[in-house]
Design a protein around this ligand. Structure first.
Ligand code: UD1
Length: 364
């Protein structure tokens, strides 16, 4: 049996690891999965709720590193993860996405000569001001198997000189979770509880430092929301970083005074799926939600200057509007007037990505 350490740390990791962990746990996989949670996200609503909703087993080890500066958080994960690797002696580690835990654990493993496998490799925003971009570049450069989710991933890696033999296009593993839990999420009572009707609200998520760490930028986005909420109600589950900054900048009262906006705590996986499946459109700076809306065919305004997921714009339902107040409003109106593009679903976003990943890992 091959012992593979699967790493999760922050919220967007959980829905990517869940199908892989499940697939590895099958009797004939030849793999013994070992789940490690770094504790980068630790609030019940950012972590435990996802373990429950996604039927993830309790982690075999919880490192409990918590928040901190980039260096502090990354270093804490590295120290703890090194000890774990020396004790557990895995045959391989598997990391997903681009959060600090992804980078920290791949660095540790590479230096201990433990092969690293990166799921969602090759994505590039070409914007090195984003912490995630640094995490992606470094992780990919030291990974031994690079599983890509969209065609741009293969192109970027080959341009960077990665041996094509290490790159495998497997599709988008998040869509595995979305399809696996579709029926369960349909049963979520969240819409009725909020007294909202399908198709009659917009859904917003916002947490990127580039949007929420400066009062001016945050204000520009709120200016747009102020106008849009007069046309259609907005549901906004608030990320802890955004909530903290709204208070710090004295903008929380401004947001609360907008009667068309319903503020919610961070939502669990199933409730959020119910909200996104039924909304009229989404405004978000999350990478994962850009992909989910493309899969679902729901219009998405990407509140970013760029995207590392160009397929969501090129063939999907997303458009980049950044934090440009006028652009956000104009595009929201376009959607409300029924003038949005029809998207297509990228290749191999079919719910079987984890099977393809495990098939490769079984035979290496
Ligand atoms: C992290 C990821 C980002 C991902 C996002 C999803 C990095 C560099 N960033 O950003 O790519 O899109 O997760 O949420 O890894 N906090 C809590 N409770 C928690 C976790 C965080 O209150 O459970 C607060 C803390 O005050 C912390 C702040 O949120 O300082 C930011 O958390 P952190 O993990 O540093 O980054 P995120 O903004 O969540």
């Amino acid at each position: 049996m091959k012992k593979i350490v699967n790493v999760v740390g922050a919220r967007p990791n959980f829905m990517k690891i869940a199908p892989i962990q499940r697939e590895m746990s099958r009797d004939n996989s030849g793999i013994q999965p070992f789940l490690v949670h770094t504790g980068q996200h630790y609030d019940e609503r950012m972590s435990k709720l996802f373990f429950d909703d996604l039927q993830l087993p309790q982690p075999d080890v919880y490192l409990g590193v918590g928040s901190g500066s980039h260096a502090g958080q990354t270093a804490k994960v590295m120290v703890e993860f090194e000890t774990l690797c020396l004790t557990e002696k895995p045959d391989m580690i598997l990391v997903v996405g681009d959060v600090n835990s992804t980078l920290a654990c791949s660095l540790v493993a590479a230096k201990l000569h433990i092969p690293v496998c990166h799921v969602e490799a090759g994505l590039r925003s070409f914007d090195r001001r984003m912490p995630e971009e640094i995490n992606r570049i470094v992780t990919d450069s030291i990974s031994d198997i690079l599983f890509t989710s969209e065609p741009s991933g293969n192109i970027n890696l080959e341009k960077e000189g990665v041996d094509p033999a290490k790159i495998v296009y497997v599709g988008n593993v998040m869509i595995d979770s979305l399809l696996f839990f579709k029926e369960k999420s349909t049963a979520s009572p969240v819409l009725e509880q909020l007294e909202f009707t399908s198709g009659e609200y917009a859904l917003v998520t916002l947490h990127r430092p580039s949007n929420v760490d400066q009062p001016d930028t945050l204000n520009q986005i709120l200016d747009a929301f102020e106008v849009i909420q007069q046309d259609i109600p907005i549901i906004l589950p608030i990320h802890p970083r955004t909530e903290k900054n709204l208070k710090r900048f004295g903008l929380d009262e401004r947001l609360k005074s907008m009667t068309g906006i319903r503020l919610l705590p961070p939502q669990g996986y199933l409730d959020f799926m119910k909200l996104s499946h039924n909304c009229r459109f989404v405004m978000t700076d999350s990478g994962g939600i850009q992909e989910e809306t493309t899969f679902l065919g729901i219009p998405c305004l990407t509140l970013r200057e760029n995207t590392e997921r160009p397929v969501t714009v090129e063939i999907g339902t997303s458009e980049i509007v950044w934090n440009d107040t006028d652009k956000i409003i104009a595009n929201a109106r376009k959607i409300l007037n029924g003038k949005w593009k029809q998207g297509r679903v990228p290749e191999l976003w079919d719910g079987h990505t984890a099977e393809r990943i495990v098939e490769v890992l079984t035979h290496v």
